[in-house]
Design a protein around this ligand. Structure first.
Ligand SMILES: [Zn+2]
Ligand SMILES: [Zn+2]
Length: 152
């Protein structure tokens, strides 16, 4: 989400603020998500975390994700016909979803004129909003090199 890696102390702080003990699994999962440029699937996270800690199991990753989601630190993005993707939910940002590869990217926050941070929609009280842009990502729209690769 950020260009600068998020320091260890911030990740510990996020967990503490939400009343979660900082276990090695929670730290590893949140660290990965906070510092991930996109939104990995659980399987991608498992593979990456397992490389550093071969004792990590799929079940542990899922349980840890669940605990982080319950605490509001992680969000699941469900996409029809594709594996869910996960993202750290710290700080406001928008998203861009690629129609071709399904990649979900964070877009730096900007406010939209006419959409203040707090308002009501009908009788609903709005806490926050975010936009999802859909289209073709940079690597999918890149010329030549990429297209050649996809010809079978
Ligand atoms: Zn793409
Ligand atoms: Zn995100």
């Amino acid at each position: 989400m950020c260009v600068e890696p998020v320091p260890r102390s911030d990740i510990q702080k996020y967990l503490r603020e939400r009343g979660l003990r900082c276990t090695p699994q929670r730290f590893a999962v949140l660290d990965l998500l906070v510092n991930h440029p996109g939104h990995p699937t659980a399987e991608e996270m498992f593979r990456q975390i397992n490389r550093a800690d071969p004792r990590a199991s799929r079940a542990t990753i899922y349980n840890t994700l669940r605990a982080l989601m319950d605490a509001g630190l992680v969000r699941e993005f469900v996409q029809e016909g594709r594996s869910s993707r996960f993202g750290a939910h710290v700080g406001s940002h928008h998203h861009f979803l690629c129609d071709r590869c399904g990649k979900l990217e964070d877009i730096e926050w900007f406010s939209v004129a006419g959409l203040p941070r707090r308002r009501e929609v009908g009788r609903r009280k709005v806490r926050e909003y975010e936009l999802v842009f859909r289209g073709v990502c940079e690597s999918c729209s890149a010329p030549r090199a990429r297209r050649k690769l996809s010809i079978h």
